[in-house]
Design a protein around this ligand. Structure first.
Ligand code: SF4
Length: 339
């Protein structure tokens, strides 16, 4: 690498998931004297992002990399629209991996321009993931993101044609790797060699690949006129039932979920909560209060007195619904549980 180029301190933006591959990719470039800026994307579909806390593995990755700058981007409704109708289709479940990668690369590219960086990089490994990391998929991602030639994949770089940063001498191609396939052995031994520890979410946990969550999401998208990212957290908790008239009933499974339902329910929904007996909190989306009460009673484990009180909240108003514990249980209407 010419010394004049070295002195310029070339900047690059890397997509950092917090997993091992993207951390290693960043490390390889830092070792070449590149000024690495990380960008991390989160959404309610991430399984490793506790609410209000941020992904612990990204924090740990940033530390491993010497406290590099980190930009966090929360994906909003435009992402949900991609999930609803992806141009390139789905992977095994509701995961639109190609479209997802294209969107993230586009956003990373905007950040690259904003900070005057010279190229982008990712921790992608050729052939590692079934949908988005095959050569054809990678070509589509490069082309449709609008950054073809500017996306370096340091872990598999020598399986691809040289990119612009390699051609310009910003990075030394000979020090980049030629990893391919699903085995993570090479990455793990490199991590040990480079002292990289604590990479708790190497597969980049994504609920969109989960069959049970995908079923709920499909149901939500089918019945919701204007889908919104703010509704997604509710899909992650409770038992969900779609009843015959299209209303939805969500029943908490434990105390934690009771609290969460109370926090997450929308003012247009109904909240039903046992007033004088131990039982689950229930959210109703629709108008079938009687069915929701029956579900609440059905999932009340302990026997209670015959007549029970349930607090019914809707649009800021509260009232007591009186129910007959035994009779309601017997008269439960049929409805299907959404796994
Ligand atoms: S698994 Fe999820 S986060 Fe990863 S590329 Fe696919 S859709 Fe995007």
């Amino acid at each position: 690498m010419p010394s004049s180029v070295k002195k310029q301190k070339i900047k690059a933006v890397g997509l950092l998931s917090g997993g091992l591959d993207s951390t290693l990719a960043a490390r390889l470039l830092i070792e070449q004297g590149i000024d690495v800026y990380a960008i991390n994307f989160s959404s309610p579909f991430c399984t490793c992002t506790p609410k209000n806390a941020g992904c612990a593995s990204v924090i740990s990755a940033v530390k491993n990399l010497g406290d590099i700058p980190l930009k966090r981007v929360a994906l909003k409704d435009e992402y949900l629209e991609i999930v609803r109708d992806p141009k390139h289709g789905y992977g095994s479940e509701m995961n639109p991996c190609l479209d997802c990668r294209i969107l993230k690369i586009k956003k990373a590219g905007m950040y690259m321009r904003e900070i005057g960086a010279s190229f982008l990089f990712t921790g992608e490994v050729l052939g590692q993931r079934p949908m988005s990391q095959h050569r054809r998929s990678i070509n589509i991602i490069d082309r449709e993101s609008g950054f073809k030639g500017y996306i370096l994949r340091p872990l598999s770089a020598r399986h691809f044609e040289p990119t612009t940063p390699e051609e310009k001498g910003f990075v030394d191609r000979n020090k980049l790797l030629a990893i391919m396939g699903r085995s993570r052995k090479t990455q793990m031994s490199l991590a040990a060699e480079k002292g990289i520890k604590d990479y708790p979410c190497p597969a980049g946990g994504c609920l969109l690949t989960d069959k049970y969550f995908a079923d709920r999401l499909r149901d939500y998208l089918k019945y919701t006129e204007r889908p919104s990212m703010k509704d997604i957290p509710l899909l992650k908790i409770g038992r969900h039932f779609r009843i015959e008239n299209g209303d939805k009933i969500i029943v908490a499974r434990n105390e934690r979920e009771c609290h969460m339902l109370k926090r997450l329910f929308d003012k247009n929904d109904h909240l039903l909560d046992p007033a004088d007996f131990p039982g689950p909190t229930v959210v109703l989306q629709g108008n079938s209060v009687e069915d929701a009460v029956e579900k609440l009673l059905h999932y009340t484990k302990r026997a209670v007195s015959e007549e029970v009180d349930i607090v019914h909240s809707h649009h800021g108003n509260e009232k007591i619904v009186k129910a007959d514990f035994t009779r309601k249980k017997v008269l439960e209407k049929s409805c299907n549980e959404i796994e």
